[in-house]
Structures are given as C-alpha cells and as structure tokens.
Design a protein around this ligand. Structure first.
Ligand SMILES: Nc1ncnc2c1ncn2[C@@H]1O[C@H](COP(=O)(O)OP(=O)(O)OP(=O)(O)O)[C@@H](O)[C@H]1O
Ligand SMILES: [Mg+2]
Length: 293
C-alpha cells in the first residue's frame, strides 16, 4: 500500500472509527430464500433461492429479461419483493428499517448496467458522492484525495479525475463507475454487465482488474454477465437464472454435467465452446511459460 493510501486509511479510521462496523465473517454474505418479484401480472421471480459464499466471484447468467438486474436491485433494497427474505452481511434487507438501511448501504458498492454516472459531475466528483453522503465530516482535501486514489485504483489515469462522463470512452466510463463503487471500501461489489460493449482487450483487462481487486481487497463479487470469457476466466461459481428461479449454481464443469437445455445450449453452443477453447489455450500457454521459467 502506498504512503498516501496508508495515511488516508489512518485518518479515516481515526475520524470514523465508531461508524465502521466490523467486517462480515459469516459464510454467506448474501442469502435469498423464496424470493418473489412481480410487476403487475408479470411474475419475474418465484421461489428463488440463492446463497453467495464469502470471498467468491459469483457469475449470474440468464437470458435477457430473466430478471438478473431486478434480482440485484432486490438484494440492494431498491426493489421491494412481494415475498421471500433477503439477508445481506447478516442483516435482513426485506425487514430493514431506514437506519439499518443506511448503515448497510455503505458496505457495498454497485456498478449499474449502463454506468449510471452523474453526467454533470466530473469523474472525481462522481466518486465523491457516496463519500459525502456517508462521511460528511471528512474534510474536502481528504475527500478529494480518497477519490483520486479510487480513480487510480480502477486503472484510470490521473487526468481522468477532472473529465466529465461524456469525455470518456465506454471502457473508461466503466472504470469510473467502478471507482465510485469502491469509494466506501465495500465488502461486497455488485457488477451488472461490466464488460458489455467493451472490445475484447478492454473486457479482458476489466476482468483481470476485478479479479485483482477481489483478491487484494478480499471482496465478494456478484457479477451479472453475458460474457462467456468472463465466466470462464474469473468466476468461482455461476448461478443460472431461468424459469423465474436460480435453477443451478456451481462451477462451470458442474453446470456442464447437468442436462438442462438452456445450460447445455449456453455453455456447449458455439460461443460457449469458443470461450472454453480460449481458456484452455491460455492455460496451456501459462503452463508452457511456467515450464520455461
Ligand atoms: N421497474 C420496472 N417496471 C416494470 N417492469 C420491469 C421493471 N424493471 C424490470 N422490469 C421487467 O422485468 C423483467 C426483468 O428485467 P431485468 O432488467 O431484470 O432483466 P435482465 O435479466 O437484467 O435482462 P438483460 O440481460 O437484458 O439486462 C423484464 O421483463 C423487464 O421489463
Ligand atoms: Mg440487466
């Protein structure tokens, strides 16, 4: 950790020690039971169960419109389910009162599908929004420094701090959204389609960054994606959403052993086989390099 980062951490800890809850040490930071979500007559989820393991990157897949984003919104309390229970970091979201809500919201970070950056704020100002909301007592200078640090942590150059979202490429916007999601040092990171619209090199770089952050910061990552390369490269397990439920959760080989038609079509279709082949080749090259070294 850099001197800057250490200094920031010390000051933040001194100033806000009472407000920082202890990190979650249980096995499952997200537990969903019997979830039902409807919009009018349209039933999106019915009897959906899911447990996420602490420290894993869980990929969430499913056809377009199966309710992946609605599921994420339910977990973070933006969509009130009609039935079922959701616990996040040991606290009930479905029964949450306002005060509880505020406290728990500071412990996750979210990259929404499409980015959801404030277009009239610079990248740094976007990152400062959650800091202002949850830690209004932090001085301006310290807040600027924390925002700068998060922007750099997300792999953006220093100059990006002063740019507006419209001045960034799609990939840079995703990184800016990530910087904002990391603003409060979350335990849980939600990423909704983080690599959609990125070129393959940009997508692979974003995947590596996600894995690196998960490992170094000890995050649990809930990652919604259609990107088969992402699933093969960085996800520890994959949850499959179909028929209004999570129909299976497991490693990709475990999923491949199931004979559900959607799962077979998805992972064993031409694109699925392509992604698997690419990963096999990349592993073979790594082994070759390791052998030569
Ligand atoms: N606020 C809302 N009001 C009414 N219907 C909604 C609302 N939000 C989502 N829906 C509907 O819920 C269904 C699931 O939407 P959701 O956005 O979760 O899909 P998704 O799995 O994330 O799809 P994609 O892969 O295209 O992002 C869709 O039919 C959508 O139209
Ligand atoms: Mg979606």
């Amino acid at each position: 950790m850099s001197d800057d980062a250490e200094q920031i951490r010390d000051v933040v800890q001194d100033e806000a020690l009472d407000e920082i809850p202890p990190a979650f040490t249980g096995e499952h930071p997200i537990v969903i039971r019997g979830l039902r979500n409807c919009f009018g007559d349209q039933v999106i989820h019915d009897g959906l169960d899911l447990e996420v393991n602490r420290g894993e990157i869980i990929g969430v897949v499913g056809g377009s419109g199966t309710g992946k984003s609605v599921l994420m919104r339910s977990i973070i309390g933006l969509q009130i389910p009609s039935e079922g229970s959701i616990e996040v970091l040991g606290r009930s979201i479905t029964d949450a009162q306002d005060d509880d809500d505020i406290d728990i919201r500071s412990r996750w970070g979210v990259l929404f599908q499409g980015g959801a950056l404030f277009s009239t704020l610079t990248v740094a100002e976007n990152v400062e929004v959650p800091l202002k909301e949850f830690y209004p007592e932090i001085t301006d200078a310290l807040r600027h420094e924390i925002a700068r640090f998060k922007v750099l942590l997300s792999g953006l150059p220093e100059e990006a701090t002063g740019k507006f979202p419209s001045e960034l490429s799609g990939g840079m916007r995703k990184r800016a959204g990530l910087a904002r999601a990391l603003a409060l040092d979350p335990e849980l990171l939600f990423l909704d389609e983080p690599t959609a619209g990125l070129d393959p090199i940009g997508a692979a770089a974003f995947d590596s960054l996600t894995r690196e952050l998960q490992e170094t910061l000890g995050l649990t990552v809930f990652l919604i994606t259609h990107d088969l390369d992402t699933l093969y490269e960085i996800c520890d397990r994959v949850a499959v959403l179909a028929d209004k439920k999570v129909i299976a959760v497991g490693t990709i080989p475990e999923l491949l052993a199931l004979d559900h038609p959607w799962i077979q079509e998805y992972f064993n279709g031409p694109r699925g086989r392509g992604a698997q082949g690419a990963q096999d080749r990349s592993k073979a090259m790594d082994n070759q390099r390791a052998g030569k070294a």
